[in-house]
Design a binder for this molecule. Structure first.
Ligand SMILES: C[S@@+](CC[C@H](N)C(=O)[O-])C[C@H]1O[C@@H](n2cnc3c(N)ncnc32)[C@H](O)[C@@H]1O
Length: 213
């Protein structure tokens, strides 16, 4: 989906409807772990900005604190880089085009690794060894995935050196009710407008995928 269509449909605003869950997970962690944060699969930065705001409002951001976002999608990172500049966050937020499978960071570099909607792509087995390597001892890993995907895999966490400390369930079907359904309605309205008499038909198209948590 192009940036223009995303803006027209208000996709970023829809994504923000899940901010409460980022906050709940962030606030459940000991604050000392929140000073060197890596977000893997940051995409266009919906969660990156939330983490930046949360750490700022918690006044936890010591001078040597950092938020690093990595992703393999160069276009998404370019868009995120522009927003980081506009919002004046260049000194606190760094983004890099890297895979979570081979991050290139030193062992135990981060106190907190955050992953929303990305680990299911390469899979748990492929992702967790690297996440464990770059986390300091006693560090935290926040993993956000659909319950149906995550549930049968929870028992595998200790194999990769992780201990489950807390689960924060999202409201059932919230990806549909807060995101998929309103997005579908907005797409229908946009299509109706584009077909209205007197409107030229553009060549833009978009696809939506949704997951039910
Ligand atoms: C569903 S999006 C989630 C984006 C963001 N975390 C959010 O919640 O809005 C998944 C992201 O993971 C990224 N991704 C997929 N495989 C990756 C990998 N091996 N390393 C880093 N990022 C990856 C994709 O490029 C995409 O930006």
């Amino acid at each position: 989906m192009s940036a223009r269509i995303r803006q027209e449909l208000g996709v970023d605003e829809l994504r923000e409807r899940f901010a409460e869950y980022t906050r709940a997970a962030y606030e459940s962690l000991p604050s000392t772990r929140n000073q060197r944060i890596l977000e893997i699969g940051c995409g266009r930065g919906a969660v990156t900005f939330r983490l930046a705001r949360l750490s700022e409002s918690a006044q936890e951001f010591a001078p040597d604190s950092e938020i690093v976002g990595i992703d393999i999608d160069g276009d998404a990172l370019a868009e995120l880089a522009r927003r980081i500049e506009v919002e004046g966050l260049c000194r606190r937020v760094q983004i890099l085009q890297r895979s979570l499978l081979v991050t290139g960071f030193a062992d135990e570099r981060f106190g907190l690794v955050w992953a929303e909607g990305v680990v299911h792509i390469p899979g748990l087995e492929a992702s967790l060894p690297e996440c464990n390597r770059i986390l300091e001892p006693g560090g935290y890993f926040v993993l956000v995935e659909a319950i149906a995907w995550m549930e049968p895999r929870l028992r595998n966490l200790p194999r990769f050196g992780f201990e489950l400390v807390e689960r924060i369930p999202w409201e059932p079907d919230c990806w549909w009710t807060r995101y998929g359904k309103p997005l579908e309605a907005r797409i229908r309205r946009a299509l109706a407008r584009s077909k209205a008499p007197g409107r030229s038909r553009g060549a833009d198209a978009c696809a939506i995928t949704g997951a039910v948590a």
